[in-house]
Design a protein around this ligand. Structure first.
Ligand SMILES: [Ca+2]
Ligand SMILES: [Ca+2]
Length: 497
């Protein structure tokens, strides 16, 4: 292979190329209630009926409820609160550190791309929402134990019989027939699906960027090394977004994020642009691969079309990958890997091949960087179901790590999932309110950021004091600061949670 993208993969790219967010709720120590009595008041009768676990202060005690149920603790709080001798009574909360969340999937340790894009830190803000659907327009799919819980019923839009390989054209079965040709038998779309939404924390395989979103498989690339046509792709985009398509039943699960990990030269593509405009108009966030030709992406569709977030690829050091398209039209960069130093430098994800069945393989490309952005867009959508494509793009570009910008053109820099989610939580119109002078700032409120590398302890203390001053001025009033997340991590880079 030398310094080349695997053949089938290059062709896949070159020829064509809410529901409630699952934010962790309040957590309590089972059966524990903290009570503070009025100074000088005698202990009320209800206290004598319960075991005192510990005296916290002369006027404050930790009481044990009748049992460990929520009902018993709530009943005790109610009885205590009603007594005139009691100043207040509350259940004892459990707090968790803010910061990196570690998934239990065995290959999680190999998923350097998640760490590079600061995705495990973002999981402390949300793990996603089942109400967010992400459409993957790509090859067809096959069963995979790390993906099946996430799949919604999809559709096969491949009408060209030469590409379809299934002898039946468009239908409601996005299963990919595969091909005996080993080079083109691997199902590109399954790699994308795993990056966005592999079943996470299930002690199996890999972790996905989003732990809860649903995946809508829309087959638009055929078996002949991943070729697709503008007319099939345009219909697939419309259908995915919930827009009527002639001759096809309406999609009951409209996608709020659409991943397009393919492309080709030629931006005079009114059919594609119209479909993208329509999907954008109904609120879909559309993310596309910049391309793998190492050239300017300005003449590359769908990446260079309007209302698309164009994603270049970085290697595992966060530098623009040698194969990635670049230039002014790139919006931001995300981890795409580089297999040339070895497989561990690629992006590991789910796969199915005719030869091996379901498996996991490392690949590299802008096809791999794009779903990292799409997955983060799904997390953003979980936090704010009203988020549209324009604001999503402004936030993703504005919060990208500017330290990874490049002269060749990597847009705003490297995807920073944690900063992007912080900006959504703050209600920022774009990313700039969340990144000023290396800090995440909005309206004078500290929300997070990176210390200069090696900035050390004194830098941390200075920011700690500054953040505390902001906090005292009411900067936590917009809902970002859940109880228990007011923890400052002074490791480098640190976060103000
Ligand atoms: Ca078919
Ligand atoms: Ca897994």
């Amino acid at each position: 292979m030398g310094r080349r993208v695997p053949g089938w993969f290059l062709l896949a790219l070159a020829l064509s190329a809410p529901a409630r967010a699952e934010v962790r709720g309040e957590e309590f120590v089972p059966g524990r209630v903290i009570v503070r009595y009025r100074i000088g008041a005698a202990r009320p009768f209800v206290t004598r009926l319960h075991r005192v676990e510990r005296a916290i202060a002369p006027d404050t005690e930790l009481l044990r409820a009748a049992d460990d149920s929520d009902a018993a603790a709530l009943a005790l709080v109610a009885r205590l609160s009603a007594d005139p001798a009691v100043l207040w009574a509350e259940r004892e909360h459990i707090r968790r550190r803010s910061g990196m969340v570690v998934a239990n999937d065995p290959y999680f340790k190999s998923q350097w791309a998640l760490t590079l894009a600061r995705i495990p830190w973002a999981w402390s803000r949300t793990e996603g929402s089942e109400g967010v659907t992400v459409a993957i327009l790509d090859s067809g799919i096959r069963p995979h134990p790390d993906l099946e819980p996430r799949y919604l019923p999809g559709y096969d839009f491949v009408s060209n019989q030469d590409f379809a390989g299934d002898d039946n054209g468009r239908d409601d079965d996005p299963t990919d027939p595969g091909t005996p040709d080993e080079a083109s038998s691997a199902l590109h779309g399954m790699h994308i699906a795993g990056i966005i939404g592999a079943h996470t924390d299930n002690h199996l395989g890999i972790a996905g960027v989003d732990w809860r979103c649903k995946i809508l498989p829309v087959r638009v690339l055929g078996v002949d090394r991943g070729k697709g046509t503008d007319s099939d792709i345009a219909d697939g985009i419309r259908w995915a977004a919930g827009i009527p398509v002639a001759g096809v039943p309406r999609n009951p699960n409209p996608a709020r994020v659409i991943n397009l990990s393919f492309g080709g030269r030629g931006t005079k593509a009114p059919l594609l642009q119209t479909a993208i405009d329509q999907a954008h108009q109904v609120g879909a966030i559309i993310v596309a691969a910049a391309g793998n030709d190492g050239e300017d992406t300005a003449d590359y569709a769908p990446a260079a079309l309007n209302h698309v977030i164009a994603v270049a690829a970085s290697d595992d050091r966060g530098q623009l990958a040698w194969y990635s398209n670049r230039g002014d039209r790139v919006d931001l960069m995300a981890p795409g890997g580089d297999l040339n130093p070895g497989p561990t430098h690629g992006v590991l994800s789910t796969m199915w091949t005719v030869k091996d069945g379901y498996t996991y393989v490392p690949l590299h490309g802008t096809s791999q960087s794009t779903p990292h952005v799409a997955g983060v867009a799904a997390l953003m959508k979980a936090l704010d179901p009203t988020l549209n494509g324009d604001r999503a793009k402004a936030i993703l570009v504005g919060t990208a790590d500017p330290g990874r910008r490049c002269e060749a053109g990597c847009g705003g820099g490297l995807l920073d999932a944690d900063a992007a989610l912080a900006a959504v939580q703050l209600g920022c119109a774009d990313g700039h309110c969340a990144r000023v002078n290396g800090f995440d700032v909005t309206g004078g409120c500290a929300i997070g950021g990176r210390a200069p590398r090696g900035g050390g302890f004194f830098w941390g203390i200075a920011v700690l004091g500054w953040a505390w001053a902001r906090h005292r001025r009411g900067c936590g009033a917009r809902g970002r600061s859940r109880p228990g997340t007011g923890v400052l991590l002074l490791s480098s880079p640190f976060r103000l949670g």
